[in-house]
Design a protein around this ligand. Structure first.
Ligand code: HEM
Ligand SMILES: *[C@@H]1O[C@H](CO)[C@@H](O)[C@H](O)[C@H]1NC(C)=O
Length: 336
């Protein structure tokens, strides 16, 4: 090696060491936190298996993708992305799934199919929390939404967060101030909230959440063309809780996660009060218009907000556990 080359080599080494040291100092060997491709060494096929399973399930039941998308909100927005949403009730604890805010959530049994497929390949390695987040990512793709690179390394919580859930998840008729505050507290700003609610571009809303806007009087803010359809779908002021009566969130493109939602709400066809408020509130209206006009702008903001949501206060390192089955904490496995 010539002397100038040697000098350059040492200079490069010194520079590299300087650039890298602070990063090493901050991360701890045991707990790297969330990282891209966390299972690279321990279960390299994990993300592919999850992708394949989500695709297979989507072929059989299109609405599974709606559930994966809704799950990421209901799990991650409630204190932590720790798959607490997936736990069944126990003798002591009510499950999050059985609370009123979780009304209409479905397909939980199919997440066990994904978990089982991953367990067959790498038993005891991949958390339900990561499966929940990655299935949401793949569900978004199935529905025609953007592909969002997401970190992994979450671990599973051991208990239900049902008793605090209402402090985090807004109700269908919540004021925009409350909605914006709740999301701001987990680092999601106003355009992020507007983009996330675009999830209501797919799926359904049951009549119980809508009758307030139809009976005893029809909400004058609703588009009359839409009222006719809503009344047909929800003919009773007090819907029979056993009857499955609902209205599709987006009649135009019900199976596509796209920006049609924003055109609907600007046209006063938003189903829930929160959807309608988004289009008229002075803090959110400009973003609604921008997203109605630009699918790319919506997709960019949606991806950013989903990323923040997915990184909300995870359990990492040695905290929590890797559940064997997503619907119960490991201590409830009697078979050991
Ligand atoms: C202010 C915030 C929100 C409120 C009050 C809210 C409320 C609701 C309600 C009441 C339903 C109807 C459930 C039913 O009757 O079956 C629903 C459906 C849905 N929500 Fe939200 N939501 C909010 C934000 C979000 C976010 C941030 C996401 C995802 C990123 C999301 C995804 C979904 C999906 C995909 C459905 C359709 C589910 C299905 O058809 O199975 N929501 N939401
Ligand atoms: C919101 O709707 C629920 C029923 O789902 C109702 O009990 C509650 O009073 C409503 N809240 C407001 C502020 O209108």
């Amino acid at each position: 090696m010539g002397s100038s080359k040697t000098l350059f080599f040492f200079a490069l080494m010194a520079f590299t060491a300087m650039a890298v040291t602070p990063a090493f100092a901050e991360t701890n060997e045991e707990d790297p936190g969330l990282v891209m491709n966390f299972y690279k060494e321990t279960c390299p096929q994990a993300e592919d298996i999850i992708r394949e399973q989500v695709k297979l399930l989507y072929k059989r039941h299109k609405n599974t993708a709606f559930s994966w998308l809704r799950n990421i909100f209901h799990d991650c927005a409630v204190e932590s992305c720790d798959a607490s949403l997936l736990l069944d009730s126990t003798r002591r604890e009510l499950s999050e799934k059985e609370t009123d805010r979780s009304f209409g959530m479905r397909n939980f049994r199919y997440i066990e199919d994904i978990k089982e497929a991953v367990e067959r390949e790498c038993p005891g390695v991949v958390s339900c929390a990561d499966i929940l987040v990655l299935s949401a990512r793949e569900g978004i793709v199935s529905l025609g939404g953007p592909y969002i690179p997401l970190k992994t390394g979450r671990r599973d919580g051991r208990k239900s967060r049902a008793e605090v859930l209402e402090q985090y998840l807004p109700d269908h008729n919540e004021s925009m101030s409350v909605v914006l505050d709740r999301f701001a507290s987990i680092g999601i700003d106003t355009p992020g909230v507007v983009a996330l609610l675009g999830a209501h571009s797919v799926g359904r809303t049951h009549c119980v959440k809508l009758v307030q806007r139809l009976y005893p009087e029809v909400d004058p803010a609703l588009n009359p063309d839409h009222v006719e359809h809503m009344l047909k779908k929800c003919p009773d002021p007090i819907p029979d809780p056993k009857a499955v009566q609902y209205v599709r969130n987006d009649r135009g493109t019900p199976m596509k996660l796209d920006n049609n939602y924003y055109r609907n709400i600007l046209d006063n066809k938003g189903l829930m009060m929160v959807d309608h408020q988004l289009a008229i509130d002075k803090r959110t209206k400009a973003y609604v218009k921008k997203m109605a006009n630009s699918e790319d702008y919506w997709a960019k903001e949606f991806s950013r907000a989903i990323t923040i949501l997915s990184e909300n206060n995870p359990l990492t390192g040695t905290k929590g556990e890797i559940r064997r089955q997503c619907n119960m904490a490991n201590k409830y496995h009697y078979k050991d």
